[in-house]
Design a protein around this ligand. Sequence first.
Ligand SMILES: [Zn+2]
Length: 215
Amino acid sequence: MLLAELRQQMCEYGRRAVDQGLVIGSSGNLSARDGDLVAVTPSGVQLDRLTAEACTVVDLDGYLVEGDLQPSSETPMHLAVYATTSARAIVHTHSVFGTVVATTMTELPPVHYNALMLGGVVRVAEYATYGTPELAANVRLAMEGKQAALLANHGGVTIGATLEQAFEATRLLEWLCEVYVRGLSIGKPTVLTEDQLAAVIDRSFNPPTFPRRTP
Ligand SMILES: [Zn+2]
């Protein structure tokens, strides 16, 4: 079986995505790249009931290489992102708060410094019908220089060097969207300035050290 380990990992993260409420049924998809091949979750299968055998493998041109089922309808979006980023894994969900932001805003402003882990401001890709080359192109644009993008009236997508990274980025994206949306319910969330964000980056390169106490 091609990409056996990645397909096994996709089952694990698919189950976690459902367990954590990021995905309802089959409304999300995952992929992982190894060289010229991409393992993609199949179309129409609930993500908590995936098996490695059911996952499909396509090449970078979108030809089905292995698998009895059809690959996810969002495969063109996954391939467009692989073509223009160094991503090795992609997670796409219709998580609640991500979708709320994606239906009301054109970008998610950085109100928490952890937004830097996704590239700061998260852009909302222009709406296009799911599974189309238009949506793939819009997401590719929104993803430029970022680890995440939202899809207008649809959901969110994140990338990583591994499935674990892409999955954690999806959890972070959802958390950032939830903080913003809940913030709006009691006031106007304060957006961090360029200087404040630059100071965080500077801090991450120069972390504090604490001298060990001698007995
Ligand atoms: Zn979708």
